[in-house]
Write a protein that binds this ligand. Structure first.
Ligand code: GDP
Length: 480
């Protein structure tokens, strides 16, 4: 039985090496202090600087968060159009609920890092199911944007045409912060469809302008962390927080996203029933973006050739189908497949039932759900999606699908470099079928390709050694 027992320094482990703060009510969010006993110890520790930064952020959030005096004062500013610059005030970045669950988790983490780097308070628009999926991450005060926040009703009108959109303001030449008067809020469009002006958000000069604005309201479905690494003003701080650079989502994700008890029940019941007893586990995340109904034979063949070639799974002896004398306690592997369709795991399951493995090992294949298609704003659907991302993160090894943020969340939380199934073309199995990721960091799918200093286009995947083009999205960039 492979249930990991709490080790001697249980207190330290429970708090993930100091990443998590003490003092939460454990029963109201069991996952926060229990996750360590399900996760493989990959011997990583957050840096003392990151820990200090998080503790001081918690103080800031407590002092400036919802319903505090500074918060009420800052909200008053929104009623007037401009304010006099007063650096002692609390400043905020508001994340607008937008896009699929994987995208949301990644973009909240990126926005939180931005908040840490700019000494802002992060407030999250709860949308339809935030409360149902995630516990509160900060002690003492909520991260949810209060329901009576005066701009919420306008969120739908926050787009690139809005006169408060930073990119639009630049186009209209409406940005002039040279005086002491700055707007009380600016809308930042950092979504996949943003344009050249919106992208100036990632330039030092623009950051210095924006630093004066009390409220930044952001719509993003992107993990824009790699581009924060290219902003000179943030360089030193990032270096200190993340001496091992490619751990940003690993730590911030584990710090922020704790499944609620409803989701933790889904996770732990499944884990204890199907995964905990195996000697080894492999997660296989199958996300097919092909609009045709499927299932696809080439995807099945790709999964088989990836997992067998990389020795992630034992081969079967296809000629044998009868009884073969087996070892008394054969090594067992549990495969956790997540997919909207059942067919891919069915195929694997049949393979290991119909034929013995060449080395006598036994393989169980499990898939928690098959929801058939992506749905939004359905409680149980989103709970299951979150539980499955989390379950994947608890496996020993991981195979993910190219382009999918669902897989990025799993690899990052689990601290694993996954094998990425290369995107297929012309219904054939790519050669090689999968590639080992350079790092466990998610890919930023829509980075700016602009050199702020030179004011011209550039390859942002070639500027510094630690930000490179992604394995799966050639124009994307990731931290390695
Ligand atoms: P991405 O589209 O793969 O980048 O990931 P997102 O999480 O942003 O959006 C995909 C959505 O489709 C998920 O949030 C789920 O609602 C659904 N979905 C996709 N794959 C799965 C799966 O394997 N299991 C479950 N339960 N839902 C899935």
């Amino acid at each position: 039985v492979k249930i990991v027992q709490p080790s001697k320094n249980a207190a330290g482990d429970k708090l993930l090496g100091g990443l998590l703060a003490e003092g939460f009510d454990e029963a109201s969010c069991a996952s926060r202090y229990q996750s360590y006993s399900y996760r493989k110890d990959r011997h990583r520790k957050p840096s003392p600087h990151l820990i200090a930064k998080l503790r001081s952020y918690e103080e800031l959030h407590n002092r400036c968060g919802p319903n505090t005096e500074p918060y009420k004062n800052a909200v008053k500013l929104l009623r007037s159009d401009h304010k006099d610059v007063d650096s002692s005030d609390c400043k905020y970045v508001v994340w607008i609920s937008y896009s699929g669950l994987g995208n949301r988790i990644l973009s909240i983490a990126a926005t939180f890092l931005y908040a840490l780097l700019t000494d802002r308070v992060l407030l999250v628009d709860e949308g339809k199911d935030m409360k149902d999926l995630f516990c509160e991450p900060f002690p003492s005060n909520s991260w949810l944007l209060p329901l009576d926040f005066p701009l919420t009703k306008q969120f739908d009108s926050f787009n690139q045409g809005n006169s408060r959109c930073y990119g639009k303001m630049l186009k209209d030449k409406a940005v002039n912060y040279s005086t002491n008067s700055v707007p009380s809020y600016v809308y930042l469009h950092v979504a996949h469809d943003y344009d050249a002006e919106d992208k100036l958000f990632f330039c030092d000069d623009d950051q210095s302008l924006l630093s004066k604005v009390p409220w930044l309201v952001m719509r993003t479905d992107n993990y824009f962390v790699p581009s924060l690494f290219l902003i000179t003003a943030f360089e030193q701080e990032l270096e200190k927080m993340f001496p091992e650079k490619a751990t940003v989502f690993h730590y911030l994700g584990q710090y922020l996203f704790h499944p609620t008890n409803a989701v933790w029940g889904l996770i732990t019941r499944y884990h204890q029933t199907y995964l905990a007893h195996a000697d080894e586990s492999l997660g296989v995340q199958v996300r097919v973006f092909d609009p045709r109904p499927g299932p696809f034979k080439h995807v099945m063949d790709q999964i088989r050739s990836c997992t067998l070639n990389q020795n992630l799974l034992p081969r079967v002896d296809v000629k044998a189908s009868g009884f073969t004398s087996s070892k008394k306690n054969p090594k067992s592997t549990a495969i956790l497949v997540t997919s909207l369709k059942l067919d891919y795991s069915d195929d694997l399951r049949s393979m290991y039932w119909e034929h013995p493995t060449s080395n006598g090992e036994v393989v169980g294949v499990y898939q928690p759900s098959h929801e058939e298609f992506q749905q939004t704003e359905k409680r149980m659907h989103n709970r299951k999606a979150w539980a499955e991302m989390y379950l994947l993160s608890l496996t020993d090894n991981l195979v993910t699908s190219a382009w999918s943020t669902f897989g990025y969340v799993a690899q990052g939380l689990g601290g694993m470099k996954p094998w990425i199934l290369v995107k297929t073309e012309n219904d054939t199995v790519p050669d090689p079928p999968c590639r080992l990721a350079m790092s466990m960091e998610p890919c930023f799918h829509a980075p700016p390709l602009y050199d702020c200093k030179e004011k011209r286009g550039t390859d942002t995947g070639a500027q510094v050694p630690h930000v490179k083009h992604c394995e799966d999205v050639s124009w994307g960039v990731k931290v390695i």
